[in-house]
Write a protein that binds this ligand. Structure first.
Ligand code: ADP
Ligand code: ZN
Length: 704
């Protein structure tokens, strides 16, 4: 029984989502739910949590209830599910009473596979009535950490979920999902929902496709300008810790004519919504924002997140940086550290009106963030260890892992700065020290007789700004310190004293703007993106819901020219193939771009099916499953090709793979439900007939 259900699950993955295999954890979780067990799922953002309940929903039939606190996200989630041909809807305060009534009627008549609601809705009488008439086969609780007071986003409305479930006449399996639970929070969720501790599924916090970079004392503005220029056309977020700084960065990027929008708490709601919409719909490439932006943003093709300032906690940093690369494509997270960022964060904590204990806790968290900014350890490993992971390996790609061989001995320059600070009796700040070192003619310097110092003009080959940045680096590395006063002055610390005495060396790493390839250089990818945008506009959905960047990249690499090859691209399910296949094929067929130049190593690993070979085996009377095994592809893929081959006259009798009795049943179901959605047909014909068989009859049945 479970075997059969798991097969259906795999079929759903292939047919609806167009994916070839489950990701880490997904299969086990789905198996658990299909055997009527609960599950607590802790999986990082972008790990693929939604499939863990959407696929069982589809396999189980009936209605799956999805409880989520993020009303703003529901439409997006529902659009995404509808795009792949699964029936979903949401009921929340954003829709009219009439619309609510219409949707609940659909629910009551059992037409809806996935119903999204906020927890407040559970006790609504109209809602309860609708549910009485349809079996709830599964309950999914998204953002489940909201249920725990130990979590960072506790919501009282979440507490009543457990009580509501207990009041049901029967208890369907429950799946609670979150990206951010510490073991303590996870246990709390299990306790409240009555989930057996053995049903906890952790896939870790690691995000394989993210690369972390840390730049200390870099000239921030210049870096951001150059970086954004290098990534022109790609989506990215730049976070700043204050509104003022966000505005400044925004103005500069605008000057550079980048397609940038701004978002912070000081703007009107309309301004914010416009900015967000422009970003989500790929009309603006770069979003400059404070941390007010991001909650409930599902945009999957964010390729970089730059933090222009140090955030207050590792949790906040990982959450914000983690908005990059939800689609699993390589993405970068860059943190620009300046010594004064710590002051800003301290100020925020001091100004906050929490209790003393809370403030101390915040300071402690800030300390960890500060350590991150100074560590020589693998950055990813540092973060994972912070979240309680112990046996992680260095990632091999973050800016700390790749530093080797790029360092420069700057001991002499450091000694110049340090001795200058000493000569100036540790009474001046960064900018004056830099002016002395570069031999500035500033009146103040003469006035204080600083031009008489032996270190005056010692670094006159460099600009004052440049020297200031170098001082920032020495600050970050702990050679120099700042007094905690409103006019901070520089002090030589122990580590610096050792350098002055010649007992220690100073090495500085050279930083590069970016090693990551900018895919935008691929003209075909660019054309595909434009096509996607055009289709998205027509449909009124964000472009990434049509196809992800990952899918478009694969298309640009493989350049499919037929329906059958297009179907082998990851992310192209049956429904999307029908909706968008022709539009993309038109473009792909008209392209004369050389394919050979862009085949990536990843793509090489995944060999393309030799269709002729498959047809030949078929003509030798091998069954699709035998062919599948022999060629190393799924049966589903083989059959897709055979169907096309029959249409082209290269194969015959493919329809005979389905018995006549089954053909009749499928045709009856098609007559009744049409061919728009597979699901109702499947439900009508029952378990003994597979999706593949339906597909064959749908495609070839009319010809007989
Ligand atoms: P989460 O909710 O955990 O943040 P999602 O469920 O939104 O993650 O999934 C992130 C992305 O990964 C989506 O684009 C999704 O379609 C894709 N994805 C999920 N599972 C798979 C899979 N098995 N194979 C390929 N892509 C997948
Ligand atoms: Zn690393």
């Amino acid at each position: 029984m479970i075997q059969q259900k798991m097969e259906q699950a795999i079929q759903t993955l292939e047919t609806f989502y167009g994916y070839s295999s489950f990701r880490k954890g997904q299969e086990q979780i789905i198996r658990s739910l299909l055997t009527n067990n609960d599950a607590l799922v802790v999986m990082p953002t972008g790990g693929g949590k939604s499939l863990c309940y959407q696929i069982p929903a589809q396999v189980l039939g009936g209605t799956t209830l999805v409880i989520s606190p993020l009303i703003a996200l529901m439409k997006d989630q529902v659009d995404a599910v509808n795009q792949i041909g699964i029936r979903a809807t949401f009921v929340n305060s954003a829709i009219s009473k009439a619309e609510e009534h219409a949707r609940l009627t659909q629910v009551a008549s059992g037409e809806i596979t996935l119903l999204y609601v906020a927890p407040e809705r559970l006790y609504d009488p109209a809602f309860q009535n609708a549910l009485k008439q349809t079996p709830i086969s599964l309950i999914a609780i998204d953002e489940a950490h909201c249920m725990s007071q130990w979590g960072h986003d506790f919501r009282p409305s979440y507490l009543r979920i457990a009580e509501w479930i207990n009041g049901l006449p029967y208890r369907p399996p429950v799946v609670a999902l979150t990206a951010t639970a510490t073991p303590e929070v996870a246990e709390d969720i299990c306790l409240r929902l009555g989930i057996d501790v053995n049903n906890q599924h952790y896939t870790g916090f690691k995000r394989e496709n993210l690369t972390f970079r840390l730049l200390r004392g870099e000239k921030k503005d210049r870096f951001i300008m150059q970086y954004v220029e290098a990534k022109k056309g790609l989506s990215g977020i730049v976070y700043a810790s204050t509104r003022k700084e966000a505005e400044q960065i925004y103005r500069q990027l605008r000057k550079q004519q980048t397609n940038t929008v701004l978002y912070h708490g000081g703007l009107t709601e309309i301004e914010r919504t416009e900015a967000q919409e422009a970003f989500v719909h790929d009309e603006a490439d770069v979003m400059v924002a404070t941390n007010a932006f991001g909650m409930g943003i599902n945009k999957s093709n964010v390729r970089f997140v730059i933090h222009a300032n140090l955030p207050g906690t590792i949790e906040a940093y990982y959450q914000e940086a983690g908005r990059a690369g939800r689609d699993g494509e390589e993405s970068e997270c860059v943190l620009l550290y300046q010594a004064q960022d710590i002051q800003t964060q301290r100020f925020f904590i001091e100004q906050s009106n929490g209790e003393l204990e809370k403030k101390e806790n915040d300071f402690e968290k800030l300390q960890f963030m500060n350590r991150y900014a100074h560590t020589n350890q693998c950055l990813e490993q540092f973060i994972l260890e912070y979240f309680g992971g112990s046996e992680s390996e260095p990632c091999g790609k973050c800016s700390n892992c790749t530093k080797e061989g790029e360092q420069e001995d700057v001991t002499r320059e450091a000694q110049m700065v340090l001795s200058c600070v000493v000569r100036m009796k540790e009474r001046y700040g960064k900018s004056i020290v830099a002016q002395v070192l570069t031999g500035s003619k500033n009146k103040k310097i003469e006035q204080f007789h600083l031009n008489k110092l032996p270190t005056y003009g010692l670094m006159n080959k460099r600009t004052a700004k440049d020297v200031q940045a170098f001082i920032d680096f020495l600050l970050a590395e702990g050679f120099i310190g700042l007094t905690p006063t409103s006019y901070p002055t520089l002090k030589v610390l122990e580590k610096g004293a050792a350098v002055l005495k010649g007992d220690a060396k100073v090495n500085q790493y050279k930083e590069h703007i970016s090693s990551q390839q900018n895919n935008i250089n691929d003209p075909l990818f660019e054309q595909l993106r434009l096509k996607r945008k055009e289709l998205a506009e027509k449909q009124g959905v964000p472009p990434y819901l049509i196809f992800s960047d990952k899918t478009l990249k694969e298309m640009a690499t493989v350049v499919p020219k037929t329906n059958e090859t297009l179907a082998t691209i990851s992310g192209v399910g049956a429904h999307k193939l029908e909706l968008y296949g022709e539009a993309f094929l038109d473009l792909l067929r008209s392209t004369d771009i050389q394919v050979s130049t862009v085949i990536s190593t990843q793509q090489k690993g995944k060999a393309k099916l030799n269709v002729d070979e498959a047809i030949q085996l078929y003509n030798e009377h091998k069954s699709p499953s035998e062919i599948a095994e022999e060629l190393g592809f799924s049966e589903q893929t083989i059959i897709k090709h055979l169907i096309e081959a029959e249409k082209d006259g290269r194969a015959s009798d493919v329809l005979k793979l389905v018995t006549e009795e089954k053909q009749i049943r499928i045709k009856e179901a098609i007559n009744e439900h049409g061919t728009e959605f597979l699901k109702p047909i499947k439900e009508r014909v029952g378990e003994t007939i597979s999706y593949t068989e339906i597909k064959i009859v749908m495609e070839l049945g009319a010809n007989v």
